[in-house]
Design a protein around this ligand. Structure first.
Ligand SMILES: NC(=O)c1ccc[n+]([C@@H]2O[C@H](COP(=O)([O-])OP(=O)(O)OC[C@H]3O[C@@H](n4cnc5c(N)ncnc54)[C@H](OP(=O)(O)O)[C@@H]3O)[C@@H](O)[C@H]2O)c1
Length: 224
């Protein structure tokens, strides 16, 4: 075992979707135990088979219902549309206690997805914290990484801003960004997630205006 972190299990709730499956691919490739979660365990198993098919049988990727995946994992990642954010968290919050939740959700409100529209809590991640309570460290990350970068082995030139409820939790999530082949930056407390989530709407607008599909951001002026 190269790294004790590779003993960690990562559940990805809604991991059958575009962003979650890409993250599953990247973390399975790095040697983590990945549990793809879904409302439908069979759908999760199919997604896990797809990822294993791309990476080979040596990797650890399994599919489970969201609740079971959250229960089995040390770290839980949420990749569902904002419309499913609250209901998904309500359903699993007891299984998140004592763990780190990584919220990837962007609070997009269709049809105006290139306009920043934040929830009353401030951001989706702050709303998640209100739902899951003090027993869970909540981080927000990956909102500015298009799924197009993830399901494959290309180098990704976009960075990940990591905000969260403690420095220790942010450091754990930065390790996950690195395992995924990305550069993560400690972007401060969970309150700062409003900027990061909002930035996704700006990037969607830039994609539309300039004919791209995967605009991202990169931090400059700091040595890597
Ligand atoms: N796509 C991107 O490039 C990207 C980039 C950055 C951030 N994000 C954010 O990441 C999150 C996921 O994005 P995505 O593009 O991966 O979404 P997606 O493919 O549309 O959906 C992800 C998964 O969410 C689950 N889901 C969908 N509707 C649901 C509902 N009503 N209730 C419960 N679960 C539901 C589904 O899983 P099951 O049917 O298996 O339960 C689905 O596979 C979003 O908040 C998005 O803003 C996406």
């Amino acid at each position: 075992m190269k790294d004790e972190n590779l003993l960690l299990s990562i559940a990805i709730l809604g991991g059958t979707g575009k962003e979650g499956k890409g993250l599953a691919y990247r973390w399975a490739r790095a040697g983590y135990h990945v549990l793809i979660g879904s409302r439908d365990a069979e759908k999760a198993k199919t997604a896990a088979d797809d990822v294993r098919g791309m990476l080979g049988e040596g990797v650890s990727v399994n599919g489970l219902g969201n609740l079971e995946a959250a229960k089995e994992a040390n770290i839980v990642v949420l990749t569902v549309p904002y419309s499913a954010h609250r209901s998904t968290l309500e359903a699993v919050k007891d299984e998140l206690q004592g763990k780190i939740l990584v919220d990837v959700t962007v609070p997009l409100v269709p049809p105006k997805v290139s306009t920043v529209q934040m929830p009353a809590a401030g951001s989706a991640a702050q709303e998640a914290k209100e739902i899951v309570g003090d027993g869970v460290e909540v981080c927000a990350a990956f909102q500015n990484i298009s799924h197009e970068h993830l399901l494959g082995d290309s180098d990704v030139e976009c960075d990940v801003l990591v905000t969260g409820t403690s420095k220790a939790a942010r450091e754990e999530v930065i390790k996950l960004t690195e395992a995924a082949g990305l550069t993560g930056w400690d972007a401060g407390p969970i309150q700062n997630s409003v900027v990061v989530e909002g930035l996704t709407s700006v990037l969607i607008g830039i994609n539309k205006k300039y004919g791209s599909t995967h605009a991202g951001i990169k931090i400059t002026g700091v040595s890597r």
